[in-house]
Write a protein that binds this ligand. Structure first.
Ligand SMILES: [Zn+2]
Length: 263
């Protein structure tokens, strides 16, 4: 009995420590005071030679269009930061991060702590890198008709586990997925419903326009837009994506604007 109590106390202590770190980190990255540090950690997702070759050829500049997108979009909300993100490319890992559980609130809490501990261990640093977003990119060979696993971005620990295609022709689609998960780590929520349909109005570009007006750009947290014939359109690149006002609020851009200009 006593041991059980002790275990519960330790778990509560860990949770409290994790919660205060989350609070501190969110304060650091959501202030928009300077570039957000983003580490890219590639992982060979299927052990293939193709994914290995893709990872070996990666350059930090491969992620430039994510910065261009963020710079352009946050400037629209009056919080210009240039560059918006500073990307560093870390050595590739052989093992993937611990996979999320299939369900259960307790299992989720345990997994989230385990993931944060795993991220800390693999960093090879003594001190946790507070305020740095860690994006694990799991590269997979594209196979016809086979969808990638669901990617995720967590505010807790600023961690993204992102499944991408090991195909240079998919780089622009990969960039959209990476930007989407990066924004999750900063507090943005999904804005699409079942079947991938954007939720009106928050999941639409120009949400002040009626829903039936065709859009030419996608809200980044919806991922798609409704085109001329009412069908869903995948944006070709981040050039055709925007941060809508609801997402801007979630990632604290309006507060950043007030901090800067008062009022
Ligand atoms: Zn999402």
């Amino acid at each position: 009995m006593r041991f059980r109590r002790l275990r519960i106390l330790i778990l509560l202590g860990l949770l409290a420590a994790a919660a205060s770190l989350t609070f501190l980190e969110q304060w650091m990255v959501r202030g928009w005071r300077g570039p957000i540090e983003v580490q890219i950690i590639p992982v060979n997702g299927d052990g293939s030679a193709l994914a290995g070759a893709m990872i070996a050829a990666l350059q930090p500049a491969d992620f430039d269009e994510i910065n261009t997108f963020l710079e352009r979009e946050i400037a629209r909300y009056g919080a210009p930061v240039s560059p918006a993100i500073h990307v560093s490319l870390k050595p590739a890992l052989r093992v993937p991060p611990p996979a999320p559980p299939r369900g259960g609130a307790l299992a989720n809490i345990a997994w989230s702590l385990k993931l944060r501990w795993w991220v800390y261990r693999q960093s090879g640093q003594w001190l946790p890198q507070l305020g740095t977003v860690k994006l694990f990119l799991l590269y997979h060979t594209a196979r016809e008709g086979v969808a990638l696993e669901h990617s995720l971005g967590l505010q807790k620990g600023l961690i993204g586990v992102i499944h991408v295609f090991a195909d240079a022709r998919q780089q622009r689609q990969n960039a959209i997925v990476i930007a989407h998960e990066l924004l999750h780590t900063l507090g943005a929520t999904d804005k699409y419903a079942a079947g991938g349909r954007p939720v009106y109005p928050d999941g639409y570009a120009d949400p002040e326009l009626p829903a039936h007006v065709p859009r030419h750009a996608a809200e980044i947290m919806a991922g798609r837009h409704v085109g001329a014939t009412g069908r869903l359109v995948m944006p070709a690149s981040l050039d055709a994506c925007v941060i809508g006002p609801a997402t801007a609020r979630e990632i604290n851009l309006d507060q950043a604007f007030r901090n800067r200009y008062g009022g």
